[in-house]
Design a protein around this ligand. Structure first.
Ligand code: SAM
Length: 247
């Protein structure tokens, strides 16, 4: 995607079209880009800063999971005004949660991160964007489950932990009938195989692997786990336990 593009606007115009998202507000991604590179001078948010690369590897990469969210059944969405609720675990500078919130005003997106400065950046950027369907929350996923257990239709996460640990951070937050989607690289076969006990223990169905390509041809993978049973109350455990004694 970066080849031949000079600006966020040009890369996003073609990338959004390729993803079937033509109606999305490209000006919002200029606001987001400017905020990101400005704040990146003060805290380490991203190593990728060139306009076309940010557009492709952050914005479009985040948006490319939308069809995989859309094709999953929506639990408990019985009224017209009820928004699909999504939690992005370890959102960092907002990926994938904030591009999703920009593109889909009909989704209510909560971005959770353990680092307060990153959450402050997200809150400021949400304000600058003037969107009302995104919230940034400071906290650790394993502790957030005490307040928000089984309350989201969808949990998403990119580049936070290996799948075995990530399942324990994410699945407790998902409603039965909801879905956990982990963005992973194509080289994640062994990691996925090693997570099957954790996923089953936490109430997930066996992981489905979906391989796809970004508009620029970059190979990507999403691991889709449907929540089919309640997560037993002893999970999630403290992070030290999750890390040292993974399920
Ligand atoms: N998802 C973003 C992305 O793909 O650009 C950020 C990835 S960054 C490598 C990982 C982020 O996860 C960090 O911002 C970190 O603070 C957050 N994180 C790690 N463990 C977490 C936990 N248990 N709960 C909440 N946030 C966590």
């Amino acid at each position: 995607m970066s080849d031949g593009y000079l600006t966020v606007e040009s890369a996003m115009t073609d990338g959004l079209r390729a993803l079937g998202l033509d109606g999305v507000d490209i000006a919002a991604f200029r606001v987001y880009y400017d905020a990101l590179v400005f704040e990146n001078e003060h805290q380490n948010l991203t190593t990728i800063t060139a306009e076309p690369e940010v557009a492709s590897l952050h914005f479009l990469d985040s948006l490319a999971i939308l069809p995989h969210i859309d094709r999953n059944p929506r639990p408990q969405l019985s009224t017209v005004n009820c928004q699909l609720s999504i939690v992005d675990i370890g959102s960092g500078a907002g990926f994938p949660g904030l591009p999703i919130a920009i593109a889909r005003p009909d989704y209510a997106v909560t971005m959770l991160d353990a680092r307060e400065k990153r959450v402050d950046f997200l809150r400021d950027t949400i304000k600058q964007l003037g969107i009302t369907n995104a919230t940034a929350t400071h906290g650790r996923a394993e502790e957030y489950a005490a307040a928000a257990r089984e309350s989201f239709d969808i949990a998403v996460s990119r580049a936070v932990a290996n799948l075995r640990e990530l399942a324990e951070l994410c699945l407790p937050l998902v409603k039965i009938g909801g879905t956990f989607l982990a963005m992973k690289s194509r080289g994640s076969d062994a990691e996925i195989a090693a997570s099957s006990n954790a996923i089953a223990t936490l109430g997930g169905a066996p992981a489905e692997i979906v391989d796809y390509t970004l508009p620029d041809g970059t190979p990507r993978r999403i691991v889709v786990v449907r929540k089919i049973a309640a997560t037993p109350p002893q999970y999630p455990r403290r992070y030290k336990k999750i890390e040292t004694q993974p399920l």
